[in-house]
Write a protein that binds this ligand. Sequence first.
Ligand SMILES: Cc1cc2nc3c(=O)[nH]c(=O)nc-3n(C[C@H](O)[C@H](O)[C@H](O)COP(=O)(O)OP(=O)(O)OC[C@H]3O[C@@H](n4cnc5c(N)ncnc54)[C@H](O)[C@@H]3O)c2cc1C
Length: 400
Amino acid sequence: MTEDGGVSDGAREHLAADTDTAVEGDSSLTVAVIGAGAVGTTAAYALARAGADVTLYDRGSVASGASGRAAGICYDAFADSLEATLAAESIERFRALSGEETFPFVECPYVWFAREGDDDRIDAVRRQVRRMQENGVVVLEVDGSALGERFPSLRTDDIAVAGIAGAAGYTDPARYTDCMAAAATGAGARLEAETDVAVRTTPPRVVLENGAGREFDAVLVAAGARTKRLLADAGVSIAMKPYRVQALIGSGDFEEPMWYDATDECYARPHLDGLLAGNGAEHREADPARYDRDADPEFAATLETRIRHRLPDVELGLERAWAGLCTATPDRDPLVGRLREGVYVATGFQGHGFMRAPAIGERIAREISGGSGIDAYDPTRFAGDEEFDVTEGTTLTFEE
Ligand SMILES: Cc1cc2nc3c(=O)[nH]c(=O)nc-3n(C[C@H](O)[C@H](O)[C@H](O)COP(=O)(O)OP(=O)(O)OC[C@H]3O[C@@H](n4cnc5c(N)ncnc54)[C@H](O)[C@@H]3O)c2cc1C
């Protein structure tokens, strides 16, 4: 990347070598992408490479939504085969596109575990590992002592069972998103940052704050937590609720693994400054226009106690903590695809939107270009007025 946010020559070469996943399509399409997060920028890049005339809008700067606040944990350890496929494809993309000139991707195993006595979660971890293995995901089930031998930094005497996934790593989500935005503009897309827009559906149209409007062949709403309100103002209801989550960065020496404690509902991964950690979600709908972007005063203290328990040798010191919004759906699967003629949506990622952004951004670009979409994520599978509870994506589910 260059200082003005463009693509450096090195990065351009790196990206030019990336021909594997080019989307084929109708090169005369005009497309508006609303939201320069990880999903919107990836889709804009894929569409621009396919020859579409793309305008990418963001009410703030690139990565000013959840993508700039995410932990950047990536893995393919999903029990559902479609999720695992999309996540594995995405990891391949992170590996292929990462580099000094673009963004980092650090290979690092991911482990998740349940504690002694937590029988429901112990069963859930075992069932998940079995299903992943049946689906061809490379994961291993181990007990606490084997986990401790493999990862001496982790306290494991209270762990009953763990899964270890090898196809995993972490990145800097803001840098990935910046890189995709720069790649999109490099491929001919126009970036309209600091431009808060509204959507109209018949015909597909984007309306600026000054009332000026522009028609497009297709409008993709990838506006993160604000997607629901944006579409509601256009008369389209979607079954999605934003919810608040928190994370922190602390000093301390810690190299591997990335881990999720399913009993305690908290996670950590190595970070340039030490470690990055987070915990469970607020199980209620948040208002994207009003939510508190700062972490709660008690959040860091509580999480630090849990991290010290799990990583007893790490000298932990709090650097900073923050909050951001994720998006939930009734069945915890995303809403990705066509809502109306020329109107598309990509949201509802249950806290796993960044790690699947490369594959999801490309799939939605393909659908907009006239190809097939992801049937299971068809946003019209819900009427939009469903009652449902917010449950976080990392929480283990106990059903088969
Ligand atoms: C603390 C935290 C940790 C997380 N950790 C992980 C993780 O480790 N791994 C993972 O996979 N996921 C993680 N997530 C979830 C992840 O951040 C999201 O799923 C993902 O970033 C969603 O990307 P997006 O492009 O859909 O949305 P966003 O990144 O939210 O982008 C939407 C964009 O739309 C813009 N916008 C909104 N309204 C308008 C409008 N009216 N006009 C123009 N622009 C508009 C916003 O400014 C924003 O930039 C985490 C989230 C948080 C908050």
